[in-house]
Design a protein around this ligand. Structure first.
Ligand code: OXD
Ligand code: MN
Length: 591
């Protein structure tokens, strides 16, 4: 074992005082023993699905806690206006107090993990120290873990991460089913020294440090320094009926259907979608000038409610076995259920709080942010190149949000600078993935609002810089599946029908279809959006593909006021694009 690793472990053990320290090897028998132990201790419920478990979290610990998530850069301005900043020295002092003795009576598990396929030049290693077995078994699915990671590390650096649920056990005290310490929850990132400390929460992105903390917040800072991109994006392969394949990345805020899109089953005959990743992409230009992407993760941490054989049959197949479910309902025959899984709910369930539930109960049976965790390798649509060490070449980048009005179904950016502006301008109606008001419109630039490890204005600038000449530049598109009519109903069917939009994007990449210039970007000619067999009126299609200059004039005003928060860090390229948009919109609005 490398001396700096044992020193790190010893230091944290001295601080947190666990009863023992265990190095995770990643061996399947070892993980199976942990799963058994969780069941024996009544922490997890075994399911009738093979090797699958159900966990119920504490009702106070059900989602990422953005208000308790901090970027601790030396200077406040380097965290920027969209992050919670704390002075690194002050924060370290606070963390030392929180973590003092926090693992008493517990085991400290050492999890070496790789973000990206082991041995890929694009991969990076982290070491998470945690006192949660739930974290161990989830990290084993979400990342590549154990001895093989340490073997491949060589002399490279690693990102240290310390996680404690913040619930020391006294002698003889029984383990609570979901240990956590919501009052003292604190998720701290040190982008300059590349460290992560997470206290008090056992849930998802707060606790599985490879995901949001490393692969987005810390990695975005590394990517800025090294000239690449760490993004909140799915990666998908799209093959046309002639057998030509292209890869797309798509960025959407949390719980806006990235997993569904990544596993989409096209309704258009002859088209195929394959999945490389459903949440995070690391992108770098290769020696041939093309942009390549890897999925740093190895698993899927998907939102369960709404997932069904209709919305995402591939996900339903993926989770048939070897899956972990958190905060879903339990059926009388030891299976799982959540809202949207079937049209009719079962007659009786045990809900996510562990209480009897019948369909007449007003409360939901599963929590809106209930999740499944599963290895991506189990996905029937997994792309044959999903573990390619050099990544897959990207032809297009899509930016989407949940907008019931204003944003058309799809449009294309004029160029990279305009595409960067489109990414920076994303706003979306909020979901249950983070604590907050569901449905409220919030700006979520690049879907990175809670995940950017440095000043978002500088992040825009980094995007503008990496797209400079001498490279093959992917096309950039905006998409919006969520337009509604006056009665509040969705006017685009979405899901598999989104393949019609993917087809147009594919054909634009091929140079096979024209587009029409509008004030906001390049729109499809209505006849180029394949609507054959779709029960949709021409009027609705027109509504989906035209822009309302009045709404856009408001949008521009709103954006201008939003971008003010970035002050001097707002790059010229964004200001230029906003001014140009304003001019085009007022020209179109002119009688
Ligand atoms: C996620 C999220 O869990 O974005 O992926 O919240
Ligand atoms: Mn996400």
């Amino acid at each position: 074992m490398r001396e700096d690793i044992t020193r790190f472990v010893d230091e944290i053990a001295k601080l947190t005082e666990p009863k023992n320290v265990v190095y995770i090897t990643g061996d399947e028998a070892e993980l199976a023993a942990y799963r058994r132990q969780l069941v024996e201790k009544d922490v997890a419920i075994p399911l009738k699905r093979k090797n699958s478990l159900l966990f119920r979290s504490d009702p106070e610990d059900v989602a990422r806690t953005e208000g308790k998530t901090f970027i601790c850069s030396e200077k406040e301005i380097d965290a920027g206006p969209t992050n919670n900043w704390r002075d690194p020295k002050e924060m370290l002092k606070h963390l030392k107090t929180l973590f003092k003795g926090s693992m008493r009576g517990r085991t400290l598990y050492v999890i070496p993990y790789s973000m990206g396929p082991v041995g890929s030049p694009l991969a990076k290693v982290g070491i998470e120290l945690t006192d949660s077995l739930y974290v161990v078994i989830n990290m084993a699915m979400m990342t590549r873990i154990g001895t093989k990671v340490l073997d491949a590390l060589g002399d490279d650096s690693f990102v240290p991460g310390v996680h404690s649920v913040g619930c020391p056990l006294e002698e003889g005290e029984r383990e609570p089913p979901w240990p956590c310490n919501p009052e003292k929850t604190c998720i701290a990132h040190f982008p300059e020294t590349r460290q992560i400390w997470s206290f008090g929460s056992g849930y998802g992105g707060n606790a599985l440090l490879g995901k949001k903390c490393f692969a987005l917040r810390i990695a975005s800072a590394i990517a800025r320094d090294e000239g690449w991109l760490a993004e909140h994006m799915l990666i998908m392969g799209v093959t046309n009926p002639e057998g030509k394949k292209r890869y797309f990345c798509a960025s959407f805020p949390s719980a806006c259907g990235k997993t569904n899109l990544a596993m989409l089953m096209p309704t258009l005959p002859g088209w195929k979608v394959e999945t490389v990743g459903d949440d995070i992409a690391w992108l770098r230009w290769g020696p041939d000038g093309k942009l390549y992407a890897i999925n740093p993760e190895a698993g899927i941490f998907g939102v369960a409610p709404g997932t069904s054989h209709v919305s995402n049959p591939q996900a339903m197949d993926t989770i048939r076995h070897d899956a972990v479910f958190t905060n879903v309902a339990l059926t009388d025959d030891q299976d799982v259920w959540w809202e949207g899984m079937t049209k009719e709910p079962p007659k009786h369930l045990i809900d996510w709080r562990g209480e009897d539930w019948t369909p007449n109960r007003p409360q939901k049976a599963s929590h809106p942010n209930a999740r499944f965790t599963v290895s991506a390798a189990q996905c029937p649509s997994i792309d044959p190149d999903w573990e390619s060490l050099s990544g897959v070449p990207i032809s297009a980048i899509l930016f989407g949000g949940r907008r019931s009005s204003v944003t058309p179904l799809v449009y294309e950016a004029f160029d990279w600078e305009h595409g960067t502006f489109i990414g920076a301008s994303v706003s979306s109606e909020m979901t249950a993935a983070a604590a907050g008001t569901v449905g409220k419109l919030r700006h979520d630039p690049f879907a990175m609002l809670p995940f950017c490890g440095y000043n978002m204005g500088d992040y825009f600038g980094h995007w503008l810089n990496v797209g400079k000449a001498g490279k093959v530049i992917p096309k950039i598109f905006a998409v919006n599946w969520f337009r509604k009519n006056e009665s509040g109903e969705f006017i685009w069917p979405g899901f598999g029908e989104n393949s019609r939009v993917l087809k147009w994007i594919f054909e634009r990449c091929e140079g096979a279809v024209e587009a029409q210039e509008s004030a906001v970007g390049l729109l499809p000619n209505i006849d180029d959006l394949d609507s054959e067999g779709l029960d949709i009126s021409r009027e609705t299609l027109e509504r989906l593909l035209t822009i309302d200059p009045k709404e856009w004039a408001e949008e521009v005003k709103e954006l201008r006021s939003y971008f003010k928060i970035f002050g001097e860090r707002l790059p010229e390229g964004i200001k230029r694009s906003l001014d140009a948009l304003e001019d085009r919109v007022s020209e179109h609005a002119a009688p």
